[in-house]
Design a protein around this ligand. Structure first.
Ligand code: MG
Length: 221
């Protein structure tokens, strides 16, 4: 069982379910030739897909096209169901920056056929996570720069204030469906600028000056 790595929090917090949102930034929905929805769209990733800072994303033999998606991650600290928006942030333990790595070719086939995204999103190494920070150090999570560079060149640059749904609304909405448990992680969706990653690339992701993540990409041999 994998636990989070915190910058300065020594208690062990196991990584639970990873709940991901799709289409939470208008410009990303546009670049994917799709539309935003009134309620968030959810899918799940397995905790076994997690790697950490200085890890390696492995391109699986089943895919010819992996994409990067940089996202704000919200770690749940206090379990709850039917959480109101007013109380939502009380359930947060901390934040991190994450990459929601996606086998875009596999996802395209799934989308065309109306199939779920589990394969496209669920491979080992497809969820790189930075070291986490406690929420007390992040007074304005809805106003953080989200940045992704590949080999030093900026590919995604946005601010969490551009999200269509607030963090409070996302927590409340998810908790009306499934109990949010301590250690669960919400990946809040990616802004525009997604694109392909290739063998040998080095990815640098950051969330303002709060946290950062560096990983590289290798093909499975
Ligand atoms: Mg995503």
């Amino acid at each position: 069982m994998t636990s989070y790595r915190f910058q300065d929090y020594t208690k062990r917090v196991r990584i639970g379910k990873i709940i991901c949102l799709a289409r939470t930034y208008k410009e990303h929905a546009r670049e994917m030739n799709t539309v935003v929805t009134e309620d968030p769209l959810l899918f799940l990733k397995p905790a076994s897909s997690v790697i950490f800072n200085q890890g390696t994303i492995i391109i699986p033999p089943m895919s010819q096209c992996l994409h990067h998606e940089v996202e704000l991650g919200v770690i749940i600290g206090k379990s709850g169901k039917h959480i109101t928006q007013e109380k939502a942030l009380h359930h947060v333990l901390g934040y991190l920056v994450a990459l929601d790595i996606t086998a875009r070719d596999i996802q395209a086939v799934a989308k065309k056929n109306g199939w779920p995204w589990g394969i496209a999103k669920g491979f080992d190494t497809f969820s790189p996570l930075s070291d986490a920070v406690l929420k007390e150090k992040v007074p304005h999570p809805q106003n953080l720069d989200l940045l992704l560079k590949i080999n030093g060149a900026v590919k995604q640059s946005a601010n969490t204030n551009q999200m269509i749904y607030s963090i409070e609304r996302i927590i409340s909405f998810i908790s009306d469906i499934m109990t949010l448990e301590r250690g669960d992680l919400i990946l809040t969706g990616t802004p525009e600028g997604v694109g392909e990653i290739k063998q040998g690339d080095v990815l640098d992701a950051s969330l303002g000056s709060v946290c950062s993540l560096t990983v590289d990409v290798q093909r499975k041999t």
